[in-house]
Design a protein around this ligand. Structure first.
Ligand code: ATP
Ligand code: MG
Length: 561
């Protein structure tokens, strides 16, 4: 990262860290972590948390750990660990040697639990989950003590050891903290620390049949790793008291500071892993990396550059109150990045045949085209030109509307990088549909300029039919057609809000240079939008995905509204 990149914007978390470093707290060290649970794929909300923790550490030459919070073997899988590692690397962050798993601490965490029991701060409880819920009370009513709360330390140690040995079945017994059933903070009402789960774990196999709860494991894992600032989203605010209580009881050497910030919500998008999973499992989308998914792997397949996602995640700011950011802001960041970096190419997605009557049948020319007006360093390429071309069907109107400046009978337009052409005849089929245009080209306008200075109002893209390569082109659009997909009619489901036109597949006719484009390459098809080569694309069956149209077509719809 360059120094410019590491001098982030100011926010309340950076202020806290700066003050701590200035005061010499933690010996001036800064250690953060990003702690995903491997129970799904990372989504567009996560880069906010990832960037915050990695950047803040970098700003102080500190370290940021990647720790998989893998304490729930029911929901977690190795597949998700691999995918998250790939996604965070792709996003551009590096944890060096600091890759950790909460499951690596299971022995230590068990010892910490035993220590809590010894100190009279935890007990084994026999209540069922229904009974636990009934004892918990509510926001307005205090909870009730468990009948097992006053077991002796010896009995608790014995029962906990037997929980670990597998003597009890799922749900039969839990280890609970002994705090205060009357606390106004429900998180402190003797919360569960360990439960029996006779389920193999993707990393520890059958070694364990008891697993620590998030609240117990998280603060202690932070402490074991000497994390100084533990940044998380607002829903953990109530649980900070428990985080601190556990560390205080155990008198650990390192007591990290938990700081909460608002999670990122994005319009027209859902970010709950549970719902995303539902979309995948019900087949609404084609997997976690479907280009319409708000997952990092989906956005990668869609052609969103990591730099654009970073710039979006960092541009939304860090605050203490939840809000929703317009998805158009993300799309804007993607267009800005691609406008600078994506080479241009010519492609026609809805072809209309054009025959240049005065162009010799056997002639072919190689015309020079600019790869990017934004970046001269990208140079030029040649595109073949010949007598029979495709133009975009919507670039012709037999009876042009008032503000239509493109091709029409008798009208002259420019073919990009090529010649001026004039439409002389419209050929129709039996049903009256236009199937071909006969045109004349002006040889003096080679390159797209008339030496006599005459002007045309329209410039069209085109491909030479004989040279074009074809491809399946997937025109992706937003997955949801409303701002808040969770807003549904009585008895409705969020899937009611799906955009029925989120994918349209067409055959594209591409300039031949695109035959060698490789998966992941990003391009601008002139006048059409940004496109990328799908990972499944093959020379014999090319697949291009539309990243975004050139302009925000939704904004127009909203205005018309
Ligand atoms: P979900 O609730 O959908 O499963 P999660 O919050 O459980 O998502 P985790 O894997 O637990 O996902 O999240 C890892 C880290 O990313 C947490 O510290 C969490 O606070 C943060 N995070 C998750 N979603 C967002 C978001 N939308 N914006 C910012 N940070 C987020
Ligand atoms: Mg969560």
């Amino acid at each position: 990262m360059s120094s410019e990149e590491t001098t982030g914007p100011r926010d309340f978390i950076r202020d806290i860290v700066a003050a701590d470093v200035a005061a010499g707290k933690n010996g001036g060290r800064v250690v953060t972590r990003f702690p995903p649970e491997p129970n799904g794929y990372l989504h567009v909300g996560h880069p906010k948390a990832i960037s915050l923790s990695f950047r803040i550490a970098a700003e102080y030459d500190g370290t940021c750990h990647l720790r998989f919070d893998d304490t729930n073997p029911l929901a977690e899988e190795g597949e998700f660990v691999e995918a998250m590692i790939e996604d965070i690397r792709w996003l551009g962050f590096d944890w060096g040697e600091h890759l950790y798993f909460t499951s690596d601490y299971f022995d230590q965490l068990y010892e910490f639990a035993v220590e809590l029991i010894r100190r009279g701060k935890a007990f084994v409880c026999d209540l069922s989950s229904e009974e636990l819920a009934a004892h918990r009370g509510s926001l307005t009513e205090p909870g009730r003590n468990s009948p097992h709360r006053d077991r002796s330390v010896e009995e608790n140690l014995d029962l906990f050891a037997r929980m670990k040995a597998g003597e009890f079945e799922n749900g039969d017994r839990t280890l609970r903290a002994r705090i205060d059933m009357a606390s106004p903070n429900l998180a402190l009402r003797d919360p569960i620390l360990y439960r029996v789960h006779k389920v193999p774990h993707h990393r520890t196999g059958d070694t364990w049949c008891i697993y620590p709860m998030y609240d117990f494991a998280h603060c202690l894992s932070d402490s074991i790793e000497s994390v100084t600032h533990s940044l998380c989203t607002l829903e953990f605010a109530d649980r900070r008291a428990l985080y601190d209580w556990i560390l205080d009881q155990l008198e650990v050497e390192c007591h990290p500071q938990q700081i909460e910030f608002a999670r990122l919500n994005v319009s027209h998008t859902i970010l709950s892993k549970r719902r995303l999973k539902e979309l995948v499992e019900s087949g609404v989308v084609d997997g976690w990396d479907d280009p319409r998914m708000p997952t990092l792997s989906g956005m990668r397949r869609r052609g969103y550059p990591p730099a654009a996602i970073r710039s979006f995640a960092e541009g939304v700011g860090v605050a203490k109150r939840d809000n929703t950011i317009q998805v158009a802001q993300l799309e804007h960041a993607v267009r800005e990045e691609l406008n600078r970096t994506a080479p241009r190419a010519l492609a026609v997605l809805d072809p209309l045949r054009v025959v240049l009557e005065n162009y010799p049948e056997d002639r072919e020319e190689e015309l020079e085209a600019i790869n990017s007006p934004e970046d001269p360093a990208l140079g030029t390429r040649v595109v073949p030109f010949s007598r029979v071309l495709y133009i975009e069907r919507e670039d012709f109107m037999e009876e042009p509307l008032r503000k239509f400046f493109r091709l029409a009978p008798g009208r002259e337009v420019r073919l990009r990088y090529a010649y001026f052409i004039t439409c002389t005849e419209v050929v129709k089929d039996a049903s009256g549909e236009v199937v071909e245009l006969r045109c004349r080209y002006d040889p003096a306008t080679r390159g797209g300029d008339a030496p006599d200075g005459r002007k045309v109002k329209g410039t069209l893209h085109w491909v030479s039919v004989a040279h074009a390569v074809s491809a399946e082109v997937r025109l992706y659009d937003r997955l949801f057609r409303v701002e808040d997909p969770d807003e549904v009619a009585e008895g409705g489901h969020f899937t009611d809000n799906l955009n029925p036109d989120s994918l349209r597949v067409v055959t594209g006719h591409l300039e031949p240079s695109l035959a060698t484009a490789r998966p992941g390459d990003c391009l601008q098809f002139e006048r059409l939008g940004y496109f990328t080569v799908d990972p499944d694309s093959k020379p014999e069956a090319r697949v291009f995905n539309r990243t975004l149209p050139l302009r925000d077509t939704w904004a127009k719809i909203a205005k018309k509204g």
